[in-house]
Ligand binder design. Structure first.
Ligand code: HPA
Ligand code: MG
Length: 226
C-alpha cells in the first residue's frame, strides 16, 4: 500500500521524506557535544531543520483545530523535545489570532525498547486518571512511530476517557514493512527504518542531550550497550 493511503487524515502534507540513500551530513560540518566524538556516524537531521519543520507542523495543528483549548499528551521520554518545541510553536503561531490556544500539557511514559530493539511488552506509566482529557481536544506527541503498535495501544487507552477529538503528531515516522497500528495525523519526517538518536531520542539513555538527530557509529553502539 502506498504510504499516503496509510495516513489517517486526508491532507497533502505527509512530512518531509528522507530517502533510503540519504547519507546524512558530514560530522565536521556541524557542532555537537565533545563527549560524543567517535560515537556518531553522521548528522542525519540538523537541529535547525527540525525546528523549521516543527513550526510547519504547529501551523497544521492550529489550522485543524476548532477549539481554543487543547490537552497535549507528551509521550516520554523520546517525545519531550519535540513536544516542548511544538507547544512553543503552537503558542507562537496562534497568539494574537482568533485561534489563540490555551495548552495544558500532560505526560505519559511508554517503554518498549532495549538497546536498539523493540520488545514485545509495552508499559504505560503515568497518570492513571486521564479524566482531564474528557470532552477535550487531545494532541498526542510522540518522537518516533514505527510499526504503530505502541500508538494503537495508547490510542485505545486514551479513548476510554472520551475526549472530543484525538490527533497524533509524530516527529519521525519510519518506513517499516509491517505497519500494524496507527500512523500520526501530523508527521515531521518520514525516514528509513534505521535507528537514530538525539533530540531526546536515546540509545540506552545516552544521546538525549544531542540537539541534532544522528546515526550512531558502530563504536558508539558498543560503548553504550547494556
Ligand atoms: N531511536 C531511539 N528510540 C527509538 C527509535 C530510534 O530510532 N525507534 C524507536 N524508539
Ligand atoms: Mg528509548
Amino acid at each position: 500500500m502506498p504510504y499516503f493511503e496509510m495516513i489517517r487524515s486526508p491532507r497533502t502534507d505527509q512530512g518531509i521524506v528522507i530517502e533510503d540513500e540519504w547519507p546524512g551530513y558530514d560530522l565536521n560540518l556541524f557542532t555537537y557535544p565533545e563527549h560524543y566524538r567517535g560515537d556518531l556516524e553522521n548528522i542525519y537531521i540538523p537541529h535547525g531543520v527540525i525546528m523549521d519543520r516543527t513550526e510547519c507542523v504547529a501551523r497544521l495543528v492550529v489550522d485543524d483545530t476548532d477549539d481554543n483549548y487543547m490537552v497535549v499528551l507528551c509521550v516520554l521520554k523520546g517525545g519531550y523535545k519535540f513536544c516542548a518545541d511544538l507547544v512553543e510553536c503552537i503558542k507562537a503561531v496562534s497568539r494574537n489570532t482568533p485561534k489563540h490556544m490555551t495548552v495544558r500539557v500532560e505526560f505519559i511514559r511508554l517503554k518498549s525498547y532495549l538497546n536498539d530493539q523493540s520488545t514485545e511488552d509495552l508499559h504505560i506509566i503515568g497518570p492513571e486518571d486521564l479524566s482531564v482529557i474528557t470532552g477535550k481536544n487531545v494532541l498526542i506527541v510522540e518522537g518516533v512511530v514505527d510499526t504503530g503498535k505502541t500508538m494503537k495501544a495508547l490510542l485505545k487507552h486514551v479513548e476510554t476517557f472520551q475526549p472530543k477529538m484525538v490527533k497524533v503528531a509524530g516527529l519521525l515516522v519510519k518506513r517499516v514493512p509491517n505497519v500494524v497500528g496507527t500512523l500520526p495525523d501530523y508527521v515531521g519526517f518520514v525516514i528509513p527504518n534505521r535507528f537514530v538518536v538525539g533530540y531526546a531520542l536515546d540509545y540506552n539513555e545516552y544521546f538525549r542531550d544531542l540537539n541534532h538527530i544522528c546515526v550512531i557509529s558502530e563504536e558508539g553502539k558498543i560503548k553504550y550497550k547494556v
